[in-house]
Write a protein that binds this ligand. Structure first.
Ligand code: ATP
Length: 136
């Protein structure tokens, strides 16, 4: 069975949207396999975002991810990787379709692309890599 790593970023947690976001994923039929609330460390984020190291948004993104707790979850299900990314919507909440997590809850101003509520793995390889980083 396929697995994916989902993160609810600090904006989602501080806006009290964790339950609503998890409920949408479960309602789609995906199974929650592991769940924890964590204060990420710089080391974990450096591994998680290794493909973005050196990009202009990297350091602000890491600072944002350190700004409050993160909910980390493993969800299981058929095609859960693609299915969750479809549920999350486009990276930019302005263009994320209504009905998606980012489209419905994402904000349309300020640091919206950085503070886009959720992360989901983008391939089987990155899912296994990211699950290792967050759940050891
Ligand atoms: P994720 O991997 O978090 O599910 P994604 O695949 O939609 O999101 P990526 O391109 O992998 O987006 O970027 C990872 C994260 O980096 C984004 O979710 C966002 O928080 C941040 N990010 C990406 N591009 C920008 C940008 N231009 N400005 C600010 N933050 C950005």
């Amino acid at each position: 069975i396929e697995r994916t790593l989902v993160l609810i970023k600090p904006d989602g947690v501080t806006r009290n949207l964790s339950g609503a976001i998890l409920a949408r994923i479960e309602a789609k039929g995906y199974t929650l396999a592991q769940l924890e609330m964590v204060n990420a460390t710089r080391e974990v984020l450096e591994q998680h975002y290794e493909e973005h190291v050196g990009k202009p948004f990297y350091e602000p993104l890491v600072e944002f991810m350190l700004s409050g707790p993160v909910v980390a979850a493993i969800f299981e299900g058929n095609s859960v990787i693609a299915g969750f990314r479809s549920l999350a919507g486009a990276t930019d909440p302005t263009v994320a379709a209504p009905g998606t997590i980012r489209g419905d809850f994402g904000r349309d101003w300020g640091l919206k692309v950085q503070q886009n509520l959720v992360h989901g793995s983008d391939s089987v390889l990155s899912a296994e890599r990211e699950i290792g980083i967050w759940f050891g």
